[in-house]
Design a protein around this ligand. Structure first.
Ligand SMILES: [Zn+2]
Length: 392
């Protein structure tokens, strides 16, 4: 009887914990969050250098989840820092622990055919409810297609993959190939996985946008790594940028033209500038000694403009520039994008690409004929838990 009572009690207490869905405030850092929630600062200070840097990847406006127990204190927290990883804070017997774990999601590959009624953007959004998909499609075709000449009943066919989490789109869609019909002509684009850029059927680049190295550096002290989660070590070995070692005071230049959207401290990244560019790119310049004069949030800077000086602010072991490059909010390897200045694929890469194009074209044309409708994700709403209801 007593045992039953205890069982019953633990059953009730299990269910009296609640999950709250919150949004990360502007100006909030992990340390202010800890202070507010009575979590010891040591949890942060005891982290490795790489984990501290990853903790600086939290972006204001990010949706995160907290599980509160019956005593009104925090049991667990999940804060996404990229499309794949999240900070996981958990109550232990004494104090809290912090580790970085994968985000659970489901990925769907689909090919859809959208019949145009008013405009490609409007019709894609209406039929898929996916604004990012519409934006990415228009951006990738850009001026290469006379969208204005499209007629009612023309089609847009898109082959893409999209992550879904908690019954909603999660992260930016990845277009692998697409076709736009304008009157009787068909225009195609194909993504080359190797450099993450779009090319036409003849393997000619559709994007002229590229960056250059943002400073004169001594050596690369830390490369970009997006190493997968190690299930046994339960650790990410990720470094979402390139560290360029250079003496304090060395000039840092904007890698491409764009608008400054952050200028100030950013957790372990110290004094940081973030610039937003065309085509969904952002660049980040961390650990600066000081910023160049006359810049503020909202300033437009040209490629090559002096923006600051190398330093060691934030969590840093010596003067260096941590340079981050993001495409649609996802960290990408700057070396892959920056060093690519070719406008046409050649050799082996081209041969492989041409094979890919052939298969994709058949698939796109088939989807056009079959009028392929988008998947409906409503049915995933309930059976998709937050990391199994925070059992994690
Ligand atoms: Zn770094």
């Amino acid at each position: 009887m007593k045992l039953l009572f205890i069982l019953l009690l633990s059953f009730i207490s299990l269910f009296s914990s609640t999950i709250e869905h919150k949004v990360w405030d502007k100006g909030e850092s992990l340390l202010t969050f800890f202070k507010k929630n009575h979590i010891s600062k040591d949890v942060y200070f005891n982290l490795s250098k790489t984990d501290k840097e990853l903790c600086s990847e939290i972006i204001a406006g990010t949706k995160y989840h907290i599980m509160i127990n019956e005593n009104d204190s925090i049991d667990q927290v999940l804060i996404p820092i990229s499309e794949e990883m999240q900070i996981h804070i958990q109550k232990e017997n004494v104090g809290y622990s912090l580790d970085i774990i994968p985000i659970e999601f489901t990925q769907f590959d689909q090919t859809i055919s959208i019949s145009i009624n008013s405009s490609p953007y409007k019709d894609i959004v209406e039929q898929t409810n996916n604004k990012l998909l519409a934006r990415e499609l228009l951006r990738s075709f850009k001026k290469n297609v006379p969208f204005k000449k499209m007629r009612k009943g023309n089609h847009v066919v898109i082959h893409f993959s999209q992550r879904v989490r908690l019954g909603q789109y999660f992260g930016a869609p990845k277009i692998k190939s697409a076709m736009v019909e304008v009157r009787k002509r068909k225009y195609y684009i194909f993504k080359n996985e190797k450099d993450d850029r779009y090319y036409d059927e003849k393997a000619r680049s559709m994007t002229s946008f590229f960056l250059k190295v943002p400073l004169r550096y001594k050596r690369i002290s830390s490369k970009f790594t997006y190493k997968r989660y190690h299930p046994i070590l339960k650790k990410y070995k990720a470094h979402l940028g390139i560290d360029y070692a250079a003496p304090t005071g060395r000039k840092i230049f904007a890698a491409a033209s764009g608008k400054i959207i952050h200028r100030g401290r950013k957790g372990g990244y110290g004094k940081t500038i973030i610039i937003r560019h065309k085509n969904g790119y952002k660049t980040l310049y961390a650990h600066q000694y000081k910023f160049a004069k006359g810049l503020r949030v909202g300033s437009y800077v040209k490629q090559g403009r002096l923006i600051g000086y190398v330093g060691s602010t934030g969590r840093s072991t010596g003067p260096h520039l941590h340079f981050g490059l993001y495409k649609n909010g996802r960290a990408v390897n700057p070396n892959k994008i920056i060093r690519v200045t070719k406008t046409k694929l050649k050799g082996k890469v081209k041969n492989k690409f041409v094979k890919f194009v052939k298969l994709q074209k058949i698939m796109l044309d088939k989807a056009l004929g079959e009028n392929k409708k988008p998947l409906n994700f409503d049915s995933f709403k309930n059976n998709y838990p937050i990391e199994d209801k925070l059992g994690v």
